[in-house]
Design a protein around this ligand. Structure first.
Ligand code: ME8
Length: 485
């Protein structure tokens, strides 16, 4: 059986999830559900990046022990995805013994290649990015260009990874595998970065106490990125032999902020360890609010749970994935979300399902009978899915939805009911057949809605008890979300 392994980034736990995180996670969920629907054996992993300096600062600010803080936050992240209907099969915490074992095995292999050495590092460090910055990257006043906060000047003895050794192999690999980094604009960015010259980077910290202890040197901890990236191997069961059945990952979905780590550090680490590289890293764009990045540190985060509460998680998924080309940046707008809820979801789709169900109840006594085969060519949808063009795939489905609305306007079943019952039954059967096909295509994106459509027309009868797909938001009681299978 074909397998498919898709991952989300593992997020920092210094705060709760916001819609930026939900975006990457929903996208990975769409891919996972799409491949499951095709009968493939899917591994979909998500998780949290706990061994960061930010965790220490956040735990202190919360007045909690590190053990309590990490447990509480990890629970919040895991349960957010569960309540939002995200279908991840694995949830990786980087403080677990399994993950530590994977990190140690990776270090062992990299050391066996003689790719780790001890040296001294002096440089500016941004805790927000968990990364050293070059002086010329900094804003005036030695501020991190991303977090707009002062960086720390650090001088310490560390272990270094020989990234420079992998400059040419990486360039060759990227050239031979154009699908490896997507979209193309990001690939060009990565290639330009590598061509400017790669420097070895430090993979341990001596001034930090929190993290995975460096094997055989208790004065150092593993650099958080050298630890976090390994989570993808942990999810596949590394270093157990069975991990080879799951690895390599087929798709890492990440935001554009972390491509250097995923498209340069990570493949170099894997090359060094003698492990196959992931087939693709897809970097999507960033949401802004009023032109500003949405982020925990900037304090303008929108809680996805709060946001979806009035409209339902499917509506949020639809808005995020249909409105923006996957890869491009987007401006998040509540007004636009409401407009799309009313037009695309409640009006185009919800009313259509409702009308067909009501007409079958009224004119055919609720009986559907045998359906004609699906009539639409879905090649453009499949092509869009293969390229992760979610907006296009949904656009194709909405062409079918609008086409069916128009067909009903033209065929006028309410008039046929008066003079041509044979044609009436044919028209309504055709409509249900289309809706069943539409539900199948929608399943990866809006699984709860797709299930409701299928349930409405299940077992040869209309089931009105399934209810409205998209009620008026003000009438929706704010409850826990539910989502279909
Ligand atoms: O970087 N718009 O974690 P993180 C879109 N722990 N996506 C956004 C976003 C926004 N405004 N803000 C965040 C880390 N994201 C590391 C990852 S992986 C081995 C380690 C999403 O909590 C996007 O996917 O800072 C981005 O790459 C990720 O959250 C960063 O999450």
């Amino acid at each position: 059986m074909a397998k498919f392994f898709v991952t989300t980034p593992i997020y920092y736990i210094n705060d709760k999830p916001h819609i930026g995180h939900a975006y990457s996670t929903f996208a990975a969920d769409v891919v996972a559900r799409y491949h499951r629907q095709k009968g493939e054996e899917v591994l979909f992993s998500a998780g949290v990046d706990e061994n960061s300096q930010k965790t220490v600062q956040a735990a202190e600010a919360a007045g909690k022990s590190l053990a309590d803080y990490t447990k509480d936050m990890s629970d919040i992240w895991e349960s957010t995805w569960r309540r939002a209907g995200v279908s991840n099969d694995a949830f990786i915490r980087t403080t677990t013994p399994e993950h530590k074992a994977a990190v140690y095995e990776l270090i062992k292999r990299v050391r066996a290649k003689d790719d780790i050495y001890k040296g001294t590092y002096e440089g500016y460090y941004c805790v927000g990015c968990e990364e050293f910055k070059k002086e010329d990257e900094l804003l005036e006043g030695k501020l991190c260009p991303i977090h707009k906060k002062p960086v720390d000047l650090i001088k310490e003895d560390n272990y270094f990874f020989k990234l420079s050794k992998y400059q040419q192999p990486l360039l060759d690999y990227i050239k031979e595998h154009p699908e490896f980094i997507q979209p193309e604009s990001r690939r060009n960015e990565v290639v330009a970065f590598i061509e400017r010259g790669l420097h070895d980077f430090s993979v341990s910290r001596s001034t930090q106490k929190w993290g995975i202890p460096w094997p055989d040197d208790k004065d150092q901890v593993v650099y958080v990125w050298f630890d976090a990236l390994v989570n993808y191997l942990t999810a596949a069961g590394f270093p157990k032999a069975s991990f080879a059945e799951k690895w390599p990952a087929d798709l890492h979905i990440v935001g554009k902020d972390i491509i250097k780590f995923h498209c340069i550090y990570w493949p170099a680490m894997l090359m060094s360890a003698g492990l196959p590289l992931p087939r693709q890293v897809f970097a999507h764009g960033f949401f802004t609010i009023d032109g500003q990045k949405i982020s925990k540190s900037l304090g303008n985060a929108i809680d996805p749970v709060e946001l979806a509460g009035n409209f339902g998680i499917d509506a949020l998924r639809y808005y995020l994935l249909s409105e923006f080309a996957f890869g491009a940046d987007g401006e998040f707008s509540r007004t636009r979300f409401e407009t799309i809820y009313n037009s695309d979801l409640a009006n185009d789709l919800g009313n259509l399902v409702q009308r067909v169900a009501v007409m079958i109840t009224r004119y055919l006594d609720g009986t559907i009978g045998e359906l004609p085969p699906h009539s639409h060519d879905i090649t453009p949808y499949e092509e869009a899915m293969a390229e992760l063009r979610f907006d296009r795939a949904l656009g194709e489905v909405w062409l079918l939805i609008r086409g069916l609305n128009q067909y009903l306007e033209e065929e006028k079943p309410w008039q046929l009911a008066k003079n041509d019952t044979t044609q009436l039954a044919e028209v309504l059967h055709h409509a249900v057949s289309d809706l069943v096909q539409i539900a199948t295509l929608l399943m990866p994106f809006v699984p709860g809605t797709a299930k409701k459509i299928a349930d409405t027309f299940a077992a040869g009868r209309v089931h009105a008890e399934v209810g409205l797909l998209f009620p008026k938001p003000e009438t929706i009681e704010k409850t826990e979300f539910t989502i279909g299978a």
